[in-house]
Ligand binder design. Structure first.
Ligand code: GDP
Ligand code: GDP
Length: 454
């Protein structure tokens, strides 16, 4: 595929965007012993073990990742109200309220052998007040006889009862189909990205040393040879060996084939930078370490974070940095790069070759962070401890509560916090900082959104 000088011309990258919407939530509610845990286990396919019921310990709002027919959603086992709670009606109300607050669809589970009880009817009244879709599950329909019996649950007024046996699996496919029908927006499971070199954008304002760095990896003469070649305006990508690995460098035509310094207006250059970043998975933003960090540098950095790409900042021309400059640069970094402390930083010199061998490991690390998926159970046990240790500050006598969190996607990692009310911006930043402390994400932006109960 490669010609003998190592370059390969690639077509415009086929962008396979991995943007997925938020993962919808399905809450499972019902009396104790109707088989909620068993049903949740059935839905998640026992890929994760549902927490055993420990007397006195609520398993309220334990979320699990689930998938069906190539789509993903979250199942929340809302636990059971205490069978002998003093104020059972209040307990039912509280549980139903939580379910309705956080769920896109509610599975209301009834024991088909027992039939509906007055407790069930009380719960139904709560659920029907909400606008959320409710699917009635008649569980323990282990055989045809109970299945027939289950039709009497129409009387609950929640529509057709889905007769299932959570224990044996009977009817569970139909139930899952019904759930998916109620969740048309459930995002598709993103296939593992196609094998192939990772896509990198090498960007930075004119004269920071992009061509020089590219030449480092490609041999000195190549750019010269290429500079006489045909058109220079078409976006052309290249495959380049860096650190023993082949990388797909996006839109290097301008860097390789440039004659002289003129590469169009700043407006044009900026469009081109934006489209290169868009097409890449990770961006290397080159800054000139010998000069102050400029507004143009900042704009390019913002393009990367706003596009949600992994980020490596390379301070080039490090050979020109003396003690004095180092002092001021440190101050500039502190002031100008405060909003992106998570970016991976390298001090290198395209001219002398200093630290250029650090680029490939930095890219790999940033991409690994970018693709990280935190299992929902792990995320929530961390979050529970965090909000216990540092609850949201009280505002006007009330403090918003975080009910649970899920990771809605990767590339970059995106999290959704389900809460009782909007969070203070400061507290949300605190959660993000702690999330990074716990799970890393070095070199990758992280998005956190809050879904307050409606
Ligand atoms: P939860 O309290 O609602 O979470 O109920 P569990 O999932 O803990 O189930 C309570 C009991 O009902 C357990 O002994 C289960 O094995 C049993 N169970 C659950 N689903 C079924 C089912 O479909 N058929 C039968 N026969 N038993 C079930
Ligand atoms: P580009 O416009 O970003 O592609 O920048 P070039 O690669 O054309 O470099 C601009 C100028 O900076 C050229 O004169 C390079 O020789 C010089 N240059 C690039 N990298 C370094 C470096 O690491 N140290 C020094 N001292 N000069 C460099």
């Amino acid at each position: 595929m490669t010609d003998d000088d190592g370059w390969v011309e690639l077509r415009e990258p086929d962008l396979d965007e991995e943007q997925t919407g938020p993962v919808p939530v399905v809450a499972v509610v019902g009396r104790p012993n109707v088989g909620k845990s068993t049903l949740v286990n059935r839905i998640i396919g026992r890929r994760q073990a549902v927490v055993e019921d420990v007397p006195g310990v609520t398993r309220d709002r334990v979320p699990y990742d689930a998938q069906w027919a190539g789509r993903q959603f979250t199942v929340v086992d809302t636990g059971g109200w205490e069978p002998d709670a003093k104020d059972r009606a209040a307990a039912i109300a509280a549980q139903a309220e939580t379910a309705v607050a956080t769920a896109d669809v509610v599975l209301f589970v009834v024991d088909a052998v027992v039939g509906s009880t007055d407790v069930d009817e009380a719960a139904v009244r709560m659920l029907r007040r909400s606008a959320k879709p409710v699917i009635l599950v008649a569980n323990k329909a282990d055989n045809a006889a109970v299945e027939v019996e289950a039709t009497s649950l129409w009387s609950l007024g929640l529509g057709e009862p889905f007769a299932v046996s959570a224990l044996h699996g009977r009817g569970s496919g139909e139930l899952l189909d019904a759930i998916m029908e109620a969740l048309p927006e459930a995002p598709k499971i993103v296939e593992d990205r196609p094998r192939g070199p990772r896509r990198v954008a090498l960007v930075g304002r004119p004269n920071v040393g992009k061509s020089s760095l590219l030449n480092r990896f490609s041999g000195e003469e190549r750019a010269v040879v290429d500079s006489v070649a045909g058109t220079t305006v078409d976006p052309v990508d290249s495959l380049v060996r860096i650190g023993g690995e082949t990388w797909h460098l996006v839109d290097t035509a301008g860097l390789r084939k440039r004659v002289g310094k003129a590469s169009g207006t700043e407006y044009y250059a900026s469009l081109r930078t934006a489209s290169a970043i868009e097409a890449a998975e990770v961006a290397v933003v080159l800054l000139d370490a010998s000069e102050p960090i400029s507004e143009q540098d900042q704009r390019i950095l913002s393009m990367v974070t706003e596009t949600g790409r992994a980020l490596v900042i390379a301070f080039n021309k490090w050979d020109l940095v003396d003690g004095d400059r180092r002092y001021y640069l440190d101050k500039e970094i502190e002031r100008e790069l405060r909003r992106i402390p998570w970016a991976i930083r390298l001090n290198l010199s395209a001219m002398t070759g200093r630290a250029v061998d650090k680029l490939a490991p930095a890219l790999r690390k940033a991409l690994a962070s970018w693709e990280t998926r935190v299992p929902t159970a792990q995320l929530n046990s961390w979050l529970t401890a965090l909000v216990q240790a540092t609850p949201h500050p009280v505002r006007g006598g009330r403090a918003p509560k975080i009910l649970f969190a899920t990771q809605a996607g990767t590339c970059p990692p995106r999290f959704v916090l389900f809460t009782t009310a909007p969070l203070d911006a400061g507290y949300q930043r605190f959660v993000e900082r702690k999330l990074r402390e716990e799970f890393g994400f070095e070199g990758s932006p992280v998005e956190i959104s809050v879904r307050p109960r409606k």
